[in-house]
Design a binder for this molecule. Structure first.
Ligand code: 3H9
Length: 707
């Protein structure tokens, strides 16, 4: 058979080797399942073949169904004729030989094989829930039979990737080859060994592990209770549980039918469409369409951070967590020592919670070196400035870095809003300067905004994006504009939530609406966590620069009273000592009502929907302005930023995807109505007007070339 075919059968003596070759990840695109079935039939019919191996070409076994095909209404083969069923009914043994990933339909195929062997670096999993569906290729029925319902539930409901050694312990894999062993040869050896084994060892025939459910009938309700908070508003995790429950109750063939029904309820749900969109948006965000192709990122072996505060410490941890040695400096030895203490305390908390091992903590700490001053970091490949967010504080740091850093070192600023060009202008190497905006806590949050200065060289930007991925972030490119893309698009939301208070809302009411929508915390509670003084500084700066700036007297009043949030025991809420639970505070209600009365704002009540739309539509309008000005590449990049910078519920796709579900025209009409009612701050952007006029979805909006 020819090498260009998606699936081919080779003969190695009495063993037929079926190879799937559908780069990059051997997804089960049209032709692949059919190809496997055809090869299998050929192998079964050939008397010279005693057993078969199923293996993936390239970097993976099979990463699952082709996600791009979902929701297209493409007919699927009926039960009994699918690749899983055909494998299950095979007359000769088939060994799944796994490297890279065996995910979703990929693992389901392996579960329908008779033996599973993997290299130590392989990962297996059923991550369907993460795209809003459930394993629909028999995974919910076979996995519980193989490893017991409890372990299967954990895997199917979390969607986690399980490393090969753990998969061996769980019983998913029959064998993990030693490091460096040849997978193909190992699998052929197994196939030769089991060629004559009858009856064929089939997962469908196993009953011993499934019996565990009878001993612990409460496990399904316990699982439902344990996910209640994080899975709210979602259906897929609950259907996953129902499917595993069915596996414990029904014979396999009936269980497969039930799996199909539960799968069909999900495939075209809003949740599944949003999660698929998010999956592809996260991949799209890596593409930099206007930069020349073929520029390799510079190699980053060592890093440095200037500033050992909360952000600097978190950034240093991000490097250390991914194996990159990092030196850190601050203006005084005391500040540096405090910063190092905080880093140690953060790691210690993870150890206490069980998410980090003590020896790993020591290894990470050993990569973070507090040093005396600029001369001690001069030979680092990259330095990230993370000092106080004031231009006058940052500029001298940039001058000092320019004088000391080796030639070719990249100089990045962790600013969240300031003009990167002004910082670059302090140096004689503006091409090597860019912004890298981490989100707090920097070692936890996934978003990294890479801010492009007018003079940033393509290699600088490409390296910043690659570095971000290397330290586990999702980097997204942003133009140099006040607040860049994430914070700028979020700013109107932040204003609107306080303006709502002037009109009669309370913080706890707004927070409840946003938590019900799916945010992990309400925006006022988040404000208290971040510190209200931080936002106030930004507002002062903007008010000084813009005489028409809409002030927020209620927020300013709280800051004036020293109510900075959790750190002072009071902000939008009050806090008991040593407790982070927000309690509504009558004092805040009094301030809100008094300020509103003084401002003469008429008071009224709001529906939840109105609150939600007031906050999010204001940001949609601003995001359109950002695209129109060429400060972001695509609407889906804004969505990725909201998902990973602000905790926007993933199963709603992102800000712009959510707005598309309402419809561009309806969004425009409402914004225009508020424009009439409230004046300039609600003026629709030109792009929004154009999209509404042409009926173009937000996600298809064309951004201006990035400047
Ligand atoms: C399923 O199996 C349902 C079944 O139960 C059966 C039901 C009947 N489809 O992520 P990367 C593309 S549901 C289509 O950058 P990595 C991806 O878009 C499926 N395309 O690489 C990208 O394209 P591009 C269950 C896919 O090394 C390229 O491959 N499986 C698929 O960082 C490289 O991807 C999953 O949910 C796919 N399934 O990570 C697994 N997978 O270059 C989803 C990847 O054009 N995939 N692509 O941007 C993943 O989690 C990661 O891609 C993986 C590799 C871990 C495999």
């Amino acid at each position: 058979m020819s090498e260009t075919e998606l699936v081919r059968l080779d003969r190695e003596g009495p063993i037929g080797v079926i190879t799937v070759n559908n780069p990059p990840v051997n997804a089960l695109s049209p032709g692949v399942p059919e190809g496997i079935i055809a090869c299998l039939r050929e192998g079964e019919a050939d008397p010279a073949i005693a057993a078969m191996v199923l293996i993936g070409a390239g970097r993976s076994f099979i990463a699952g169904a082709d996600i791009r095909q979902f929701g297209k209404g493409r007919p699927r083969p009926p039960l009994g004729q699918r690749v899983y069923d055909v494998l299950d009914a095979a007359a000769k043994p088939v060994v799944a030989a796994i490297h890279g990933y065996a995910l979703g339909g990929g693992l389901e195929i392996a579960l329908a094989c008779h033996y599973r062997i993997a290299v130590p670096s392989a990962k297996v999993g059923l991550p369907e829930v993460l795209i809003g569906i459930l394993p629909g290729g028999g995974g919910t029925q076979r996995l519980p039979r193989l490893i017991g319902p409890k372990a299967a539930l954990d895997m199917i409901v979390s969607g986690r990737h399980v490393p090969a050694p753990e998969a061996r312990t769980l019983g998913i894999l029959d064998e993990v080859l030693p490091e460096g062993a040849d997978l193909r040869a190992g699998a052929i050896a197994v196939a030769t060994r089991i060629a004559a084994a009858r009856p064929l060892p089939r997962v469908r025939d196993k009953t011993d592990r499934i019996a565990e459910a009878a001993a612990d009938p409460g496990m399904f309700d316990a699982m439902r209770a344990s996910i209640a908070r994080r899975a709210r508003n979602q259906k897929a995790p609950y259907n996953c549980i129902l499917a595993v429950e069915a596996a414990c109750r029904l014979p396999l063939d009936e269980g497969l039918k039930r799996e199909q029904e539960l799968f069909a309820e999900l495939e075209n749900s809003d949740e599944a469409r949003a999660l698929r969109y998010a999956f592809f948006a996260e991949r799209e965000v890596a593409r930099l369409p206007d930069l020349p192709e073929g520029i390799a990122p510079r190699e980053i072996r060592t890093a440095a951070v200037v500033g050992a505060g909360t952000m600097g410490g978190g950034i240093a941890m991000s490097f250390a967590d991914y194996g990159i040695p990092v030196r850190i400096i601050d203006s005084t030895p005391e500040a540096l020592a405090r910063g190092m203490e905080k880093i140690r305390a953060n790691y210690a908390t993870s150890v206490k919670r069980g998410s980090l091992k003590q020896d790993e903590m020591e290894r990470r700490l050993a990569r973070i070196h507090p040093v005396g001053g600029y001369a001690d970091i001069a030979d680092a490949d990259v330095v990230i400035e993370a000092v106080f967010e004031e231009m006058d504080v940052k500029k001298p740091v940039f001058r000092a870095l320019d004088q000391t850093m080796k030639s070719g070192a990249l100089i990045f600023s962790n600013t969240s809003a300031l003009d990167v060009d002004q910082l670059a202008a302090e140096t004689n190497r503006p091409a090597d300067v860019a912004g890298t905006h981490f989100f707090s806590p920097a070692n936890v949050m996934k978003l990294l905004e890479v801010v492009r200065g007018t003079k940033s060289a393509p290699a600088t930007l490409i390296t910043a994006m690659a570095l971000g991925r290397k330290i586990g972030k999702i980097p997204a490119m942003a133009g140099n504009t006040d607040g860049f893309v994430a914070n700028r698009s979020r700013a109107p939301f932040n204003s609107e939530m306080v303006i709502l208070l002037e009109e009669g809302c309370l913080p706890e009411q707004v927070d409840k609406v946003m938590v019900d929508f799916g945010y992990p915390m309400g925006p006022f509670a988040v404000g208290d966590l971040a510190g209200l003084d931080v936002g106030a500084a930004g507002r002062r700066r903007r008010a000084a620069a813009n005489p028409n700036y809409r002030t927020l007297p209620i927020a300013d009043k709280l800051v004036e009273m020293g109510r900075f949030g959790q750190k002072t025991g009071a902000g939008w809420y009050r806090y008991e000592k040593g407790d982070r639970t927000p309690h509504p505070d009558p004092e805040v209600t009094r301030i809100i009502r008094e300020t509103a009365a003084r401002m003469g704002v008429p008071q009224r009540s709001f529906t939840d929907e109105e609150i939600l739309r007031r906050l999010l539509f204001s940001s949609v309008n601003e995001a359109c302005r950002i695209l129109e000005e060429g400060k972001a590449y695509r609407a889906s990049d804004v969505d990725v930023m909201w998902l990973h910078g602000f905790g926007f519920p993933r199963y709603r796709g992102g800000l712009m995807f959510w707005a598309d579900q309402i419809g561009v025209k309806a969004v425009y009409d409402q914004i225009e109505a508020w424009h009439q009612q409230y004046g300039d701050r609600w003026a629709p952007s030109k792009l929004l007007r154009d999209l509404a006029a042409t009926g173009t979805a937000f996600r298809d909006a064309k951004a201006a070339p990035m400047v």
